[in-house]
Design a protein around this ligand. Structure first.
Ligand code: ATP
Ligand SMILES: Nc1ccn([C@@H]2O[C@H](COP(=O)(O)O)[C@@H](O)[C@H]2O)c(=O)n1
Length: 239
């Protein structure tokens, strides 16, 4: 079904496993918009840190690696790419070592400064070229794009999120029990929401959407309705 085109920025924030990436990608694709996965950018810097043998809690070492990493993040919703010095790292950034170390790396203020500037540049170019972009992460509505046309904060019960993530891991050949995944989800959310800089929290003007009892199609439908209600969908003449 054609949904018309998005105008402006849709910011999707929320804890781990609430469906941000899946929903954001589909929303962008169905609205002819660009898509930015900011979590992939923090993951790529974390991969570079681990490869360099730097301690993820060593703020100065981490910042130096981030500056030299040569990170590039694509914004095509059908083919989201993440590269370091021109080499694709899309699969490597999803491994357990990166997932375990990404929160401390993301808490380093100079890493956030560097990546937020990078994200704003990608967003500005996308708005100029395509007119609309869906951006997902933890601080999009609060810090990266505080004037986003629509801010949505996705939530879901921790157990539902752990079940989704465990299924995703087992589908992609990574064994993980729901209990271990639940512990990981809780650990990461606690770290992300209590860090000093840009903690995970809903923007004051964000719409909260609980996806616990929704499937992906239901989440997408709810998002499309919010876009529609805000008047952010432009239908081409004759479309
Ligand atoms: N509403 C939903 N109902 C059922 N499963 C869902 C729903 N939304 C997402 N999923 C599934 O849950 C898993 C995690 O979703 P996704 O990666 O989009 O979450 P996320 O919020 O981006 O997580 P993270 O921040 O950790 O990257 C995926 O396998 C996805 O297909
Ligand atoms: N805007 C963001 C996005 C992500 N993070 C950190 O990256 C981690 C991985 O994110 P995923 O969405 O890929 O799971 C996340 O746990 C945060 O630590 C961030 O700080 N800000």
């Amino acid at each position: 079904m054609a949904h018309g085109e998005l105008r402006g920025v849709v910011a999707l924030d929320g804890p781990s496993g609430t469906g941000k990436s899946s929903a954001a990608r589909r929303l962008a694709a169905s609205l002819g918009a660009r898509y930015l996965d900011t979590g992939a950018m923090y993951r790529a810097v974390t991969l570079a840190v681990l490869r360099a043998g730097v301690d993820p809690t060593d703020a100065e070492g981490v910042a130096a690696v981030a500056r030299a990493a040569g990170l590039a993040q694509g914004d095509d919703p059908e083919h989201s790419t993440t590269t370091l010095a021109g080499v694709d790292v899309g699969a490597d950034i999803r491994g357990p070592e990166v997932t375990c170390a990404v929160s401390p790396v993301s808490a380093v203020p100079s890493v956030r400064e560097l990546l937020v500037a990078h994200q704003r540049a990608i967003i500005a170019a996308a708005l100029e070229q395509a007119g609309g972009i869906v951006v997902e992460g933890r601080d999009i509505g609060t810090v990266v794009v505080p004037d986003a046309a629509l801010k949505v904060y996705l939530t879901a019960d921790a157990e539902a999120r752990a079940q989704r993530r465990a299924k995703q891991d087992s589908d992609s050949g990574r064994a993980a029990t729901v209990d271990a995944t639940l512990a990981d989800v809780r650990r990461r959310d606690a770290y992300d929401s209590t860090r000093a800089v840009s903690p995970l929290r809903p923007a004051e003007d964000a719409v909260e959407l609980d996806t616990t009892s929704l499937d992906l199609a239901g989440t997408l439908a709810a998002l499309l309705e919010l876009v529609e209600r805000r008047g952010l969908r432009v239908v081409a003449v004759g479309g």
